[in-house]
Ligand binder design. Structure first.
Ligand SMILES: NC(=O)c1ccc[n+]([C@@H]2O[C@H](COP(=O)([O-])OP(=O)(O)OC[C@H]3O[C@@H](n4cnc5c(N)ncnc54)[C@H](O)[C@@H]3O)[C@@H](O)[C@H]2O)c1
Length: 254
């Protein structure tokens, strides 16, 4: 029996990077997957593959009406919902807090954090019916901090706190809430961050070295853990911020 056989999963930001790797892994594990993404072209490319059990909706996760419409489309297509994976995120601006504009603050917080408010507001009743689960894509920076990335790290630290509180609030309904915390993962978002660094030529070496396991991975390493957390194998795991970081947070290295 496949790990996610007959499960229905709604994922945001599934058209690229970590989200796209999760979509492939969920489908391979037997799930039906509905992708909400604001990148229409990338989403259409994904949907054009015609993979059975794959649906999608173009929308902005920071906008309540878009999220409500996307969840309704997923429900119309699948008839129920087992999981919501809040994965969409942006990493700009790469700045200290005093250099960050109010618009930059609001955009990042609305996309990375308030989006979870919207998917929960419109999706939790569906998850309660199926004793389903929520997975939030956090980041190791939410726990460790990162220079010149203040708003992003604050959004991820807030996601960690939210994950634990939501896990408590929905446990009685049998709904699990977990997060995954990668360090670096090669995706378009990481490449954009790397390009913004003053020493961008050395960034590949840096990103390999911060991971104790010695390399900066692709999204598949995160997707494999996400499959586990959404599956019944993780039925007694809730409120967990699971590092998928190659040991980046373990300590100083020589
Ligand atoms: N790549 C890394 O090193 C890394 C490390 C830790 C955490 N993360 C987190 O992983 C998640 C995915 O990042 P990624 O690296 O795969 O990035 P990515 O840019 O490759 O993919 C992000 C996807 O989210 C979509 N998206 C962005 N804003 C949206 C919005 N407002 N509405 C709907 N969709 C939107 C994009 O169109 C894109 O398809 C993010 O939450 C990010 O913070 C990434």
């Amino acid at each position: 029996m496949k790990q996610l056989a007959d499960k229905t999963i709604f994922i945001t930001g599934g058209a690229s990077g970590i989200g796209s790797a999760c979509v492939q892994a969920y489908l391979s594990a037997g799930a039906k997957v509905f992708v909400m993404d604001k990148d229409e072209q990338a989403l259409e490319r994904m949907l054009r593959t015609g993979v059975p059990g794959l649906g999608g909706f173009k929308g902005d996760v920071s906008k309540g009406p878009d999220v409500a419409a996307a969840l309704q489309h997923a429900l119309d297509l699948f008839g129920n919902l087992d999981s919501i994976h809040n994965n969409a995120g942006i990493s700009s601006p790469s700045k200290a807090i005093d250099d960050t504009t109010e618009d930059e603050w609001d955009l990042l917080m609305n996309v990375n954090l308030k989006s979870i408010y919207w998917t929960t507001k419109y999706g939790i009743s569906l998850l309660k019916k199926n004793k389903g689960n929520i997975l939030n894509t956090s980041s190791m920076t939410g726990e460790m901090g990162q220079s010149l990335h203040a708003v992003y790290t604050a959004s991820k630290g807030a996601i960690n706190a939210l994950t634990k509180s939501m896990a408590l609030d929905y446990a009685a309904a049998g709904v699990r809430v977990n997060a995954i915390a990668p360090a670096g993962v090669w995706t378009p978002l990481l490449r954009q961050w790397a390009d913004q660094q003053s020493d961008s030529a050395q960034i590949t070496t840096y990103l390999n070295e911060i991971h104790a396991l010695g390399y900066c991975p692709e999204g598949d390493v995160v997707a494999d853990v996400a499959v586990f957390l959404l599956s019944d194998a993780a039925r007694f795991v809730t409120g967990c911020i699971m590092p998928v970081s190659g040991g980046a947070e373990l300590g100083y290295k020589k």
